[in-house]
Design a protein around this ligand. Structure first.
Ligand SMILES: [Zn+2]
Ligand SMILES: [Zn+2]
Length: 244
């Protein structure tokens, strides 16, 4: 692939410590024409882990603003965030969307808002029961909000559901309808695809989508994503051919 989509940086606290410039240079050396950075979005007061601190937000944007100019003749750099759609933070998301240095937001639902808290703070039994449904509903609301260019790894929210079920079919179809109606593509995540034991890439989901698209007035679009957190992952994933 020549479009390196959904790339994380050292700020996320669960990847390599390589600098932004090293990531850009690696993409160029692998023949990428474009690279889209969508690091995990920080939130004011840092309530969630596994992401940059809120205080790093401007530095992240400035760093890539600078690299865009430096490497303009070699690669098209885009900069954005992977964002959990949480209604509590809607004003903040619009601030990001309208920020002059932000090119795009992608919806990456690792948790969802639940009553006055978030599913990441619930005990696992409760999570197993409700998280996938809340995440799909959040993705649908996210699509309708107009904030997002892509929905990241939509099938990953089913990871706690061992067996495919009628419920998952119904939820998936609702997501396809929203994606089709609003023209927001769904991401085929190569990181998920390369980890079969984690139950994060759901063949049933993608087979259902093929069925959906056969009769849809407007087909659901898909994009491939590296979801890399190091140059090593970039290199091992950019040539993977996904078979559904
Ligand atoms: Zn990550
Ligand atoms: Zn993600």
């Amino acid at each position: 692939m020549e479009e390196f989509f959904h790339v994380h940086t050292r700020r996320c606290k669960h990847g390599s410590e390589e600098t932004d410039e090293i990531l850009v240079k690696k993409a160029i050396s692998l023949g990428a024409k474009s690279i889209t950075f969508t690091d995990h979005v920080p939130f004011p007061e840092n309530p969630f882990g596994n992401r940059m601190d809120f205080e790093e937000l401007e530095e992240y944007l400035d760093s890539f603003e600078n690299l865009k100019k430096l490497y303009a003749t070699q690669i098209d750099i885009k900069i954005g965030f992977e964002v959990e759609y949480l209604p509590k933070y809607l004003d903040y998301f619009w601030f990001l969307k309208n920020h002059p240095k932000v090119d795009l937001l992608i919806c990456g639902q690792h948790m969802a808002q639940y009553e006055d808290t978030f599913t990441c703070f619930l005990e696992s039994e409760k999570k197993n029961e409700i998280e996938h449904r809340l995440c799909i509903e959040a993705m649908i609301e996210g699509i309708k909000s107009g904030l997002f260019d892509v929905v990241a790894h939509p099938d990953r929210c089913f990871k706690r559901q061992k067996e495919w079920s009628e419920e998952l079919t119904e939820l998936s179809k609702r997501l396809f309808s929203a994606s089709s109606e609003y023209g927001v593509p769904l991401e085929i995540n190569i990181s998920s695809y390369t980890k079969p034991k984690k139950n994060v890439f759901r063949k049933d989901f993608w087979l259902l989508l093929e069925e959906f698209n056969k009769t849809a007035k407007k087909k659901v679009q898909t994009v491939f994503a590296l979801d890399s957190h190091s140059t090593e992952e970039m290199e091992s994933r950019y040539n993977v051919k996904v078979k559904i």
